[in-house]
Design a protein around this ligand. Structure first.
Ligand code: PLP
Length: 404
């Protein structure tokens, strides 16, 4: 064949591949802790009641149509999403130096940011956390940043199962000026370890002093603590220091709109003409990629954010998810303690967000799957949402078994 003959297949995506293997498993007691999506207490995907309510309203509204959105997306979505991230009191917004463009969820927002950086700062190094969400490196690689330019800063300290602040700060101190620092706004994936406020301040100091640029990845606002302001604190703090930055915002998790691809890339610039110029180039980059973004998810988010009652309804839905996750963390810890499982497990309740970085080794993870039909990432990351009252004993016993 002329074109397709010499191509060996690409490896399957490690996370999506876990779901495939889980689906093929015939055991009735199988548990999927690999997928990064919320599950309710019955192990089922949860359509947020507020989303159902808005969809019903939309189905009655015959003025809605399927016309193209502008390249930059739905204005009511972009504006309300940006305010949700930066806060209503944000000085940068008042000073008109913030712009945003609707993108294909969090991934598309980071990707468009990466395309912009490749065009205007092709020589910048990209720093990602060690470890980080598997897709970060891929995104920059696929925007043709050479692998040698995609560097890691230490993040997780496996001894304390907490933050390696000193290692992180030292790496940032040594980063060349104009490097891009990819930061998780909250609920760090995969570790569930976030800096506290004092630690964020120290991180921000170095980034500012060294003229580095933060690229915040915000995929879990409100989902982590149940409080939208709390989860946006890091981003707002950096903005308050007057830094330029990009913020990639996803509504996959906090609205349960995974497949609707509702995302927003925010630019905070020094002044409004810079901000406008950046937005014009983001539009120029988006046009030959996806041309214009999808409407459905963005309209749901905008409708919820712009109506007081719906917004309150959304908060309640968010809190329900955050509370269930916290309850499952506590219950898992309790079960492991009751079993007398060797090791300390308090990190399970100290970690934040959807994931817990259990500390299980690659080998132990393999046995979790082969002997117990429990599916998780080889780095030991489990999705706490995959736990419920029916399967938690099985999971706790399996952990107990593999660490003995
Ligand atoms: N960033 C992080 C850290 C994530 O965990 C995820 C989802 O798993 C995303 C970004 C983006 O997800 P999406 O593209 O579905 O919004």
């Amino acid at each position: 064949s002329l074109y397709f003959g010499d191509i060996s297949p690409a490896p399957p995506d490690p996370v999506f591949n876990i779901t495939t293997r889980y689906n093929n498993d015939k055991n009735s007691y199988k548990v999927n802790l690999g997928v990064g999506a919320y599950r309710d207490e019955n192990g089922q995907p949860w359509v947020l009641p507020v989303v159902r309510e808005i969809e019903e309203m939309m189905s009655q509204d015959h003025s809605l149509n399927h016309e193209y959105l502008p390249i930059e997306g739905l204005q009511s979505f972009r504006e309300s999403a940006t305010r949700l991230m930066l806060g209503n009191e944000c000085r940068a917004i008042v000073e008109d130096r913030v712009r945003s463009i609707q993108c294909l969820s969090g991934t598309g927002s980071i990707r468009l940011g990466a395309a912009f950086l490749k065009r205007f700062h092709p020589d910048s190094a990209i720093y990602v956390a060690k470890p980080t969400w598997g897709n970060h490196r891929n995104i920059f690689k696929n925007e043709f940043f050479p692998e040698s330019m995609i560097k890691e800063y230490p993040y997780f300290d496996s001894a304390t199962r907490g933050l390696n602040l000193e290692g992180m700060i030292n790496a940032l101190k040594e980063a060349p000026e104009r490097s891009i620092i990819v930061l998780h706004a909250c609920a760090h994936n995969p570790t569930g370890v976030d800096p506290n406020r004092e630690q964020w301040e120290a991180i921000a100091d170095v980034i500012k002093e060294r003229n580095l640029m933060p690229l915040f990845d915000s995929a879990y606002q409100g989902f982590a603590s149940g409080d939208l302001n709390e989860d946006a604190w890091s981003v707002r703090y950096f903005v308050s220091l007057g830094m330029e930055m990009l913020i990639a915002q996803s509504f996959a998790k906090n609205f349960g709109l995974y497949n609707e691809r509702a995302g927003n890339l925010i630019v905070v610039a020094k002044n409004s003409s810079d901000a406008a110029a950046v937005l014009s180039h983001l539009k120029a980059l988006a046009r030959p990629m996806w041309s214009n973004p999808p409407n459905h998810g963005a309209r749901i988010v905008a409708t919820a954010l712009n109506n007081e009652d719906l917004r309150a309804h959304w908060f309640r839905n968010l809190q329900k998810m955050a509370n269930r996750i916290r309850a499952m963390r506590e219950l898992l810890l309790e079960k492991l303690r009751a079993l007398g499982t060797p090791g300390t497990w308090t990190h399970i309740v100290n970690q934040i967000g959807m994931f817990s970085f259990t500390g299980l080794t690659v080998r132990q993870c393999e046995v979790m799957t082969s002997n117990h039909s429990i599916y998780l990432l080889p780095n030991g990351r489990i999705n706490i949402c995959g736990l419920n009252h029916d399967n938690i004993d099985h999971v706790a016993k399996a952990i107990d078994d593999v660490v003995r």
